[in-house]
Design a protein around this ligand. Sequence first.
Ligand SMILES: [Zn+2]
Length: 178
Amino acid sequence: MKRDSGKRAPGRFDALELARTSGIISGEVDPGKLPRIADRLAPSADSLPVRITWRIDGGHDAMGRPALTVSVEGEVRLICQRCLRPVAVSISQRTMLLLAPSELDLAVLDEAEPEVVLANAPVDPLGLVEDELLLSLPFSPRHDENECAAAVATQSGRAVQSPFAGLAQLKARQGSRN
Ligand SMILES: [Zn+2]
């Protein structure tokens, strides 16, 4: 497995091989390009690029079974359900997925384990990333109470920024060392 340190997202990969070799793949993605995420995003009022950094670590679970740990970090702009203005939501999701080498393994594992991926064919990393992002998006995003009022009051004034935005960017940088 070639490690990809560039901006280009790697294509489909052999998940069992990544687990066996404890390999890592990583990249960045514009969440607006992910069909199941794009619908939930606030329309972009500026041209600031939005990037989610992601990383997939191959390895094994505590029982020695092949697994992938999928991490997504960054920030998305959703629509506040109270004032209908964009609200920045920090994303920091990390999930271990067990790998099922065959359909039969999938059926057995699915009975007992919450997160199982069929790995009998090359896996699309962005599909896994999109799944994790969907899980981490709040069902009903809202500003904090005081911020929401501020967002309305400063309609034509200064930009309103979440106090967590800087933290999210910092964490995103820390998470993208590969
Ligand atoms: Zn609001």
